[in-house]
Write a protein that binds this ligand. Sequence first.
Ligand SMILES: Nc1ncnc2c1ncn2[C@@H]1O[C@H](COP(=O)(O)OP(=O)(O)O)[C@@H](O)[C@H]1O
Ligand SMILES: [Mg+2]
Length: 369
Amino acid sequence: MIEHSHVSGESEESNETLQRIIGAEAGALDRAAEGALRPRELADFVGQKKVREQLSLVLDAASMRGTPPEHMLLSGPPGLGKTTLAMIIAHELGSPLKITSGPAVQHAGDLAAILSSLEEGEVLFIDEIHRLARPAEEMLYMAMEDFRVDVVVGKGVGATAIPLELPPFTAVGATTRAGMLPSPLRDRFGFTGHLDYYTAEELSRVIARSAARLEIEIEAKSAYEIASRSRGTPRIANRLLRRVRDYAQVRGGGAITMESTLEALTVYEVDPRGLDRLDRAVLHALCTKFGGGPVGLSTLAIAVGEETETVETVVEPFLVREGLLGRTPRGRIATPAAWRHLELDAPAPNSAHDSTLFDVSGREDGRFT
Ligand SMILES: Nc1ncnc2c1ncn2[C@@H]1O[C@H](COP(=O)(O)OP(=O)(O)O)[C@@H](O)[C@H]1O
Ligand SMILES: [Mg+2]
């Protein structure tokens, strides 16, 4: 049984601003589609071998002892499977699951209500746990450590704290920012699993599995092609699969072939490396308008008609991760790989591009404008 409590305020602001087909955050449509695609069992969870092995030991040991396992923290970028793993944990334990999130818990009282309704052995999933309000966080420490909460009744001088015993339960926290968790909270997790980006081979398996679920026929090499453009992220892989399926249904015979895959991905402007129109516009401006840089962030943003913050937080991280863009003390630079990717001729070496520009060891933000 899965019970959702207060899931409303879920990280909406981050993706309503700019909905991109290669965005890793879940949009409303993803949320509707993803339920059907989540693996139920640990054995069906693709990749993340280390985390899977560690987790299965924790779960097996707990079930041998017949006690709820220790609290667990799952960290990693959006779309890599944290929510899925939390559900798998409850499923493998055969325990009920309650779901809430940091932003949904506004007051300690909200959390007290959730905690006091827990059954013995229940799994409490707290998504975006780094966004819990401080009083709720403090209540959670105590609940996790002592299985007890103090419920405050009344106000002012007359207020009294009534201690309430909780049945043993397992908290599973998910965060995209493990570093933002205060250490007292982090210390109360007996196990931390860090999820990393997937390889194209792994994502091909995710896609093949999803295609089977959705009863879509897909050639292995098409699955690989979609996988290579999915930025290491299963959520993106599943979304691109759905868009390619649309294309194949409308313009092709239904089955996904290499031809319809390539055409669909061209229509949706997702290039072979998973860059979309905006990513390419930024790189292109950097190479053609500023000779590959260095150029200040805000100048670059103006050149592509976007907000500085959008370029910095939404576009750049992936370009940096891919080694296409560098942040230097003097500004942004295109790496040789960027020129190659755009099929442009890089300027001759030792002209404007002395090697020191590629030394990114110094200041990282390069806000020189
Ligand atoms: N290892 C995996 N194997 C199969 N599907 C996965 C895997 N990881 C994630 N997915 C799929 O990707 C989508 C996003 O996963 P989710 O757990 O919601 O990510 P997160 O909570 O980390 O943002 C879901 O549809 C899920 O089924
Ligand atoms: Mg999630």
